[in-house]
Write a protein that binds this ligand. Structure first.
Ligand code: PLP
Length: 374
């Protein structure tokens, strides 16, 4: 080994400026709460409590191509996605979760010395954190235009910024994480009229009443991202995809890692699409549970709910301290998503779970309401 060279000194500032994403493993959370992992009710990550469809599970159990490299460009899966969305499969790109596609899109436009590139990435917080993360990883400039108190976009500020005619990338989630609201159609069309490459992140769209994916046929500045992590219950296998303008496809294909989507993941995602009625039945169960949970939680005096169309409910907590609520939930092993040390520190996001998990949330919150009244 070379003597005297301390390579960590050559790291630069980029990594130091970013936060590691490493939530505690369930064993650690359980130990901290003095419980067993099996006692936890994990409703903090918008996972699908019912898991994959029966056909997808069969494909996972029966998978036997471990020794072979998978198809590097996921041909069969892309073709099935094309049929599912009624778009040309040649415009579909599959990634290791939609996270990877967010990274690839930003990388594609990262400026190079002297030529090309886009300098600024627009994001509208509060929103999904990975837009900011990958912008930083790729040394691009993040411009954040905050949403208003109802989580709507500040279109006047966005249009003012874009009036300089500079092309920019922009990420917008619909439904948005954390509030769960869809981007209004008129807002999307206003964004698309600007010199923006709009990346519409529809990670939760299967739980909502409409998708904008058909607009990819009319707008060459629209990318729609989707994932199998939420509705299809495959978060652990990491399969996301996007519908891209045709003229970006070959550049994307050239920069991607060869075997970014593993064979098991491709097989499970394909089986999900071959069993759409089965997979969609689960989605309908989650939507029904969400509406039931909404009706119940709306009766609690200390919760204000946003009209979520995703597989979670987002609530502002008024009149009781958040640590009190959190303590009551954690005493029952219920893990929710909190936002300490941020502008959302009075808010909580509750993933829709199984009926018994949702009952546990309801009973615990109702008890808390009764204690507060006494
Ligand atoms: C809005 C949004 N987009 C994308 C993702 C990431 O999805 P994937 O698991 O496909 O990387 C998430 C996950 O929480 C999300 O909330």
């Amino acid at each position: 080994m070379a003597e005297g060279v301390q390579f960590s000194r050559y790291l630069g500032k980029r990594a130091a400026s970013m936060a590691e994403y490493a939530p505690d493993p369930l064993e650690v959370v359980a130990a901290h709460l003095g419980m067993l992992v099996g006692q936890l009710i994990k409703l903090d990550a918008n996972e699908n409590p019912f898991g994959p469809s029966r056909r997808a599970l069969q494909a996972i159990i029966g998978y036997n191509a471990w020794q072979e490299y998978p198809d590097p460009i996921s041909r069969q899966l892309r073709s099935a996605i094309g049929s599912y969305l009624r778009v040309d499969a040649a415009r579909v790109m599959v990634g290791n979760g939609s996270d990877e596609l967010i990274d690839q899109i930003v990388t594609l436009f990262r400026p190079e010395a002297g030529v090309g590139g886009i300098r600024e990435v627009l994001s509208f917080p509060p929103t999904f954190g990975m837009y900011k993360h990958y912008t930083a990883v790729n040394d691009m400039q993040l411009v954040e235009i905050p949403r208003d108190s109802a989580f709507q976009l500040d279109m006047a500020a966005i249009e003012r910024l874009c009036s300089d005619g500079q092309p920019r990338l922009c990420f917008v989630a619909s439904p948005n994480n954390p509030d769960g609201q869809l981007l209004p159609k008129s807002t999307l069309t206003r964004l698309l009229e600007l010199p923006l490459l709009v990346v519409l992140d529809e990670a939760y769209v299967e739980f909502s009443e409409r998708s904008a994916v058909a607009l990819t046929k009319s707008y060459d500045n629209l990318i729609v991202l989707r994932t199998f992590s939420k509705w299809a219950g495959l978060a652990g296998l990491r399969v996301g995809y996007g519908v891209f303008p045709p003229d970006l496809m070959s550049a994307l294909e050239r920069i991607k890692s060869p075997y970014n989507v593993n064979g098991l993941a491709q097989a499970a995602a394909l089986a999900t699409l071959e069993d759409l009625p089965g997979a969609m039945a689960t989605v309908q169960r989650i939507i029904a549970e969400r509406e039931k949970a909404r009706e119940r939680l709306e009766t609690l005096p200390f919760l204000r709910l946003y009209p979520s169309q995703a597989n979670y409910l987002f609530c502002k907590v008024v009149g009781i301290p958040m640590p009190t609520l959190r303590k009551a939930m954690e005493a029952r092993g219920i893990i929710l998503r909190y936002y300490p040390d941020s502008a959302l520190d009075d808010c909580v996001r509750i993933t829709i779970g199984t009926p018994s998990q949702n009952d546990a949330v309801w009973v615990t919150l109702r008890e808390l309401a009764n204690q507060e009244v006494r």
